[in-house]
Design a protein around this ligand. Structure first.
Ligand code: ADP
Length: 516
């Protein structure tokens, strides 16, 4: 069917004179015209020009008008074409048969020009409107489809039995199933046992009653992994006005809430850890203070002094812990400063090491700083100072009296060349550095070292290795350091030999050292 403003009319009549009369009449109104002089020719012409309207004579030799009408109606491409049958007014039987064959209207023969033109005008105008509506509907469908395809949320449409009829690309990304794999299957495809144990009946009852269902479920991905999803299931109603608002299917929207759930779980874990960690020094302080009060008169000066010192020590632990917890909460809530400035790493290492020299001297440790190159990085001064201080402080803490600690800075170009092998070997994990130029800094100590089984955990929150010496700490320093380094697009690594010592290394992208 043509989509232009002008309708195409196929005139079918075996008599030339009749065709000519119609040509004369219809040309006046500007239609596109096509002609056929027999039933056979009419079908061929119709297939060729795809008319909007067929003006069909009944009495034709060979295939008559009724047969042409029936054949047009059963042709996929032409079944919607409008058909006006031209019959004699008094031929009631012919009209009945025409209706049964699928005709839309009649005009009387002999032709009344005014009537014919009026009928054709009305019927073609209606047809144009219908076509316009169909086009609008199609455009609406296309638009809905585009929206669904572009949507970040997974959308799945099923029939009333839960058989999947459509899923958008986001649903494929979330579930792992392509349209080909999912369509025709039951929506249980990605349900886990956890979701299956839900009271299906109650859930279905409310849906069938036209209510929308919201919930959180654990679904399984095609590859076997699971994900948390926020689910909205809404009933889909029949567009048919007669069907009385009946539910014909469901629209399911799945939103991936795995990261959210993960964050919730680690927050719960964190809060319970923090309360535990806070309680330990607090109960020690309470106990020590109680003892001091209770036995005050019986204790000598030195004993009292020792109790006060212990109280101060544990108060400091509490103080450090609260500081670290606040820092972590700032990091977790994204309230951490992202301010950056050009910095010289070697200068910062020098400064921080000097600040801690006194601490090392109290333990008669030798603290060396060896930095030759200027190492320009762009970063947050306070945060990077905190990392350096934490690593040097740990080295002092976990190294016995009289041990040695050395801080070194160096420039790396990754990947390392063969000649760098020796140098690379003593820098933990630097072979895994992505290509680029790196400002590197390491702290080497001759301390107690870390067993391999603990090494992989020491960057976790609250993870502490139990050591005999009972060294003060919160178990948060390294986890904070790693986060701060990652916020600077850097890397932190460790290597250690129990009883011999540890090396912690930090790699930061060099300023202007393009990562290529
Ligand atoms: P903290 O030192 O407060 O316990 P960290 O997060 O800084 O917490 O360190 C976690 C754990 O890693 C420490 O408890 C300790 O067992 C181990 N560790 C860190 N640095 C060293 C080091 N230089 N030598 C030996 N063990 C270390």
């Amino acid at each position: 069917m043509t989509t232009s403003e002008t309708s195409t009319i196929l005139v079918v009549d075996d008599q030339l004179s009749a065709r000519e009369v119609l040509r004369g009449l219809l040309t006046l109104d500007g239609y596109n015209l096509a002609f056929a002089s027999s039933g056979q020719e009419a079908l061929a012409k119709a297939a060729e020009v795809l008319p909007d309207l067929v003006l069909l004579d009944v009495m034709m030799p060979g295939m008559n008008g009724f047969e042409v009408c029936r054949r047009l109606r059963s042709d996929n491409q032409l079944s919607e074409v409008l058909i006006i049958i031209m019959t004699a007014l008094d031929d009631k039987r012919a009209r009945l048969e025409a209706i049964e064959a699928g005709a839309d209207d009649f005009v009387n023969k002999p032709i009344d020009p005014a009537e014919l033109r009026a009928r054709v005008r009305t019927i073609t105008r209606l047809n144009r409107l219908r076509r316009l509506r169909a086009l609008e509907l199609q455009a609406e469908r296309d638009r809905t489809k585009s929206i669904l395809e572009a949507l970040g949320e997974a959308v799945i449409v099923t029939d009333i039995h839960g058989i999947i009829q459509y899923l958008n690309p986001a649903a494929t990304a979330l579930t792992g199933y392509t349209s080909e794999e999912a369509i025709g299957k039951n929506w249980r495809l990605w349900q886990t046992e956890e979701t299956e144990t839900q009271p299906d009946s109650e859930f279905l009852q409310s849906l069938l009653a036209g209510e929308t269902w919201y919930g959180e479920v654990v679904n399984k991905h095609k590859d076997g992994g699971s994900y948390d999803a926020a689910l909205t299931v809404a009933p889909l109603f029949s567009a048919n006005v007669d069907s009385n608002d009946s539910v014909i299917g469901f629209v399911i929207v799945q939103r991936d809430i795995t990261p959210l759930k993960q964050a919730e779980r680690s927050k719960d874990e964190f809060v319970s850890n923090v309360s535990h960690e806070l309680r330990t020094p607090l109960s020690v302080i309470t106990l020590l203070a109680d003892n001091l009060e209770l036995f005050y008169d019986r204790l000598n000066e030195a004993q009292r002094h020792k109790l006060i010192k212990d109280i101060q020590k544990h108060t400091q632990v509490l103080h450090d812990l609260i500081g670290d917890v606040l820092e972590i909460s700032r990091i977790d809530s994204g309230r951490i400063s992202m301010e950056r400035e050009p910095l010289d790493l070697q200068e910062m290492v020098h400064e921080q090491a000097e600040d801690l020299r006194l601490l090392a001297e109290q333990k008669s440790q030798k603290l060396q700083v060896a930095c030759s190159d200027d190492l320009h990085v762009v970063g947050n001064r306070a945060q990077l100072n905190q990392v350096i201080r934490n690593l040097v402080n740990n080295a002092i803490k976990y190294t016995a009296d009289g041990g040695e600690i050395s801080c070194e800075c160096q420039l790396f170009s990754a990947p390392l060349s063969d000649t760098d092998t020796d140098l690379g070997g003593s820098w933990p994990d630097c072979h895994r550095l992505p290509e680029g130029r790196w400002a590197a800094f390491r702290v080497v100590d001759t301390g107690i070292g870390i067993e391999a089984e603990h090494l992989q955990h020491i960057f976790e929150r609250f993870y502490r290795v139990q050591v005999e010496q009972n060294i003060r700490g919160t178990g948060l320093g390294l986890s904070i350091s790693r986060t701060l380094i990652e916020l600077h697009n850097g890397h932190i690594a460790v290597s250690s030999t129990p009883g011999e010592g540890s090396t912690f290394a930090v790699y930061l992208p060099l300023a202007n050292g393009r990562q290529s």
